[in-house]
Design a protein around this ligand. Structure first.
Ligand code: 4AD
Ligand code: MG
Length: 431
């Protein structure tokens, strides 16, 4: 009998098939046994009738527990009442392994319990859907950049110096020396973009942020893109095009998973049309003050400010021209208004806030040296980076998108801890 996946049975009405998977749930009413099977691609009900199956099949069914692994054979039948439109009329059963009593039940568990059992929790329908959407987003981003001629040049994880500021670095022993886990691949990407013009990297990023918020992980995945001869406005357009590409992909290919998550897709559909508003930092501050925030010109946005601001719009927004004083050392001041830099954040709607940070970079050697000194960064560690301004410096820009923040928004989740298979948080390193 041909082996099939649950995702394919919809097209096989009338055929006999074999499925391999796990018992998601079961119930029995005397002479009928209902087995809910999941196989990693979907869920389907298999219905056995005592009168129609061999005795040992019926006996095998009686040994099943939740999450036992099984091979099932049966005939696919149309079933309008089932979400997939089909069910199986079961004929055979091989029990691969009877599962011990499964700790995750139907009752509501607290987040700590679920996170302690993350290795099992990921088998639930919601978690499966989230991880499939994460996969779709990651793949879409790679495809977007490949199609646009960007070359994937991954940055190292062991690094000798800070990129985004020195406060949140993880220090590790590196033989007789010390190293830091990368908090951004950007500086290396600036080097590869001078070699290959348009480059991107995609990998784990580490920040020892003591923030216990719904937006912060200590280990997260960031895709960073960089292009020589790209200015800050082209950089913003690139970010918008990428986000539109991602959204269309997820809406087209992961509709069933969005449904599992009960995601209202209205804002995602609107956002997939592009035309994200671009707002100057100073205007955003004024708007927030009108909305009752006590934020002052010159302050950075808090998470609450971002939430209030993004709720005013039906799609992502770009905030550009932040004050130089609150931003990273490498951001290029606007020549016409050097108090502000040629940077932007992309804030996701529905209260989600920052998902992307980007900027045009300082291309002038003397100014960059000055900024490194002002930020009290060790000049020796930055000599190779300064070389990029000594040998054929060009205007260039780039950005980084946090994968988990994007997944949280697109899936409509409360917290980023559900967006990554095994989250690393301030107080969590296991499983
Ligand atoms: O704004 P950030 O710090 O920018 C950079 O690292 C730049 N070097 C990127 C570049 O221009 N190449 O971080 C970029 C994004 C944020 O917008 C956010 O989505 C995500 O990375 N991010 C986090 N995601 C989860 N947990 C954290 N602790 C994060 N910190 C940043
Ligand atoms: Mg940022």
């Amino acid at each position: 009998m041909p082996e099939t996946l649950v995702s394919e049975v919809g097209g096989k009405v009338g055929e006999a098939v074999e499925l391999k998977g796990w018992v998601h749930n079961f119930r029995s009413s005397g002479s009928i046994f209902f087995l809910q099977l999941r196989d990693g691609t979907g869920r389907v009900q298999v219905v056995y009738s005592k009168a129609e199956v061999p005795e040992q099949v019926w006996a095998g069914l009686q040994t099943l527990t939740i999450e036992s692994s099984v091979l099932v054979t049966g005939t696919v039948k149309a079933e309008p009442r089932s979400p997939s439109g089909v069910e199986l009329s079961g004929s055979g059963l091989t029990v691969v392994s009877v599962a011990a009593e499964y700790p995750i039940g139907k009752k509501d568990h607290g987040p700590d319990f679920l996170l302690n059992n993350r290795h099992l929790w990921i088998r639930s329908a919601r978690q499966e859907a989230i991880l499939r959407i994460r996969n779709e987003i990651a793949f879409a981003m790679r495809e977007f950049f490949y199609e646009r001629g960007f070359i994937n040049t991954d940055s190292p994880i062991f690094t000798p110096n800070a990129v985004e500021g020195t406060t949140d670095l993880f220090e590790v022993k590196y033989f007789d020396d010390k190293a830091y886990l990368s908090q951004s691949g950007q500086l290396y990407l600036e080097a590869t973009s001078a070699a290959l013009r348009k480059t991107y990297c995609f990998g784990p990023t580490f920040r020892s942020e003591k923030s216990k918020t719904r937006r912060h992980l200590t280990e997260f995945w960031m895709l960073e893109a960089e292009a020589a001869f790209m200015d800050w406005e082209e950089n913003i357009q690139l970010q918008e095009d990428m986000m539109v590409f991602i959204l269309r992909r997820v809406l087209d290919r992961r509709a069933a998973d969005l449904k599992t998550l009960e995601r209202d897709t209205k804002t995602l559909e609107t956002s997939a049309q592009g035309k994200f508003p671009r707002i100057h930092y100073t205007d955003a501050v004024a708007q927030l003050q009108k909305l009752g925030s006590d934020m002052k010109d010159g302050d950075d946005f808090g998470g609450d400010d971002e939430t209030i601001l993004t709720k005013q719009y039906d799609r992502p927004i770009f905030i550009h021209h932040y004050p130089a004083a609150i931003k990273a050392f490498y951001m290029k001041p606007d020549p016409a208004d050097p108090v502000h830099v040629l940077n932007n954040d992309m804030l996701a709607p529905e209260g989600y806030g920052e998902v992307i940070g980007g900027s045009q970079r300082i291309d002038d050697l003397a100014l960059l040296e000055q900024r490194i000194a002002e930020h009290q960064l060790p000049p020796a560690a930055f000599q190779w980076y300064l070389d990029l301004r000594r040998y054929g410096s060009v205007p260039h820009s780039g950005f980084g998108i946090g994968l988990e923040r994007a997944v949280a928004w697109i899936c409509g989740l409360e917290h980023v801890r559900e967006t990554i298979p095994f989250p690393r948080l301030l107080n969590r390193l296991t499983p």
